[in-house]
Design a protein around this ligand. Sequence first.
Ligand code: ATP
Ligand code: MN
Length: 462
Amino acid sequence: MKRIRIKNLLTSPVVGEVVEVKGWVRTKREIKNVAFVSLNDGSTINNIQIVIDLNTISAELLRDITTGASIGVTGKLVESQGQGQSVEIQASEVILYGKCDSETYPLQKKGHSMEFLRDIAHLRFRTNTFGAVFRIRHAMAFAIHKYFNDRGFFYLHTPIITGSDCEGAGEMFHVTTMNLNNIPMGENGGIDYSADFFGKETNLTVSGQLEGELGAMALGEIYTFGPTFRAENSNTPRHLAEFWMIEPEMAFWDLNDNMDLAEDFLKYLISYALENCHDDLEFLNKMIDKELLSRLRFVQENSFVRLPYTEAITILEASEWTWEYPVYWGRDLQAEHERFLVETHFRRPVILTDYPKEIKAFYMKQNDDGKTVRAMDVLFPGIGEIIGGSQREESYDKLAARIDELKLPMKDLWWYLDTRRYGTVPHSGFGLGFERLILFMTGMSNIRDVIPFPRTPGKAEF
Ligand code: ATP
Ligand code: MN
């Protein structure tokens, strides 16, 4: 096949040669004896202009070339007389692959709302905005693998169905093959899971971290990159029930190493996007968020503030701001507090460390003060928390005591505790929410618009 993708055609135009392109019609206008068709094939946000001499095409075929129709075009690539493009194709042959019923096609006019486009998520890929978002999403996934591979991290696949329900990151979705109309009950009134597929209660994972730690205890540096599920009923523009997470875990790394990695990693991803997603970012900067490019450059060029939680509370308490949720030591920060620190007080990304142990997970390394743990949350402008991580508790005794204190089921965690009995080492890691990253990279404002098919409470279409 000699078909050229439009991106390649526009980056290195072979003026004077005959080329073949295939794609979907964006617009068509007719002036005198010529039709101008704007064609997009998804390889780039840019369209190629096709010029059709009306004497060379049947009236029927011309009529079927409507917005949304799929066509193939062969013709000579020439320099364009018109404005807005450098080259165009003088069509010598046009074939129609699929008509597009203009009566019912929902993407006729520009300016649809994001909500409307969410309801037609099967077609929204064809808009400029979603084309740009999903090309950037791809580029980020690729850059993430490249970053870790280049630094000797191993990609570890942690399970999606998990047998532990104490990962501590959120509400879980049950996985079962039991007949829900006839659930087997045990002797003391509870459900008899021994009759279920796995012979025990199972759930969709909320995080690959605990299994990731097992890998790091032998492979050194690993990362996971997979789907995670949280049955939290939070209808916010920052939460999904199904989202993707990147979780590096590193043996012999302490909290400072962990913070260095998080900062370097995020800056690398910004640089990668600026270098490789130029046209899409320009488009989003123009149409979606006028401060997108300047914000990306700003975060890339400035060092992140690193601040203990206790000092953050002092700053928040001293501010004149009226909070919806009051702040005091011991309380988890709300989005309004995180965004105040990042957007108003420091005006740059902030890594908060050493949170009270009560508001963080059981596995975080306990500080000598007996009150705080070696946690780190990376807070970003416009987003709030983008990364959550920590140094892990490597002492068997301290970890077991904390599990006991929180009344977590020790018997379900025997395999996790084994790492602390057999050659334990200091280690650290974090979780980056992939969709929160894409929100930041694209300037989109709702997390439902940066994943192809969002799952949120009450919504699982497509
Ligand atoms: P939040 O307080 O914002 O709900 P969290 O403390 O529950 O976040 P972690 O359990 O630390 O988050 O998860 C690590 C990262 O995963 C977060 O920093 C965030 O980027 C992302 N994340 C967490 N929950 C969701 C969600 N429901 N949808 C999308 N991304 C999420
Ligand atoms: Mn959460």
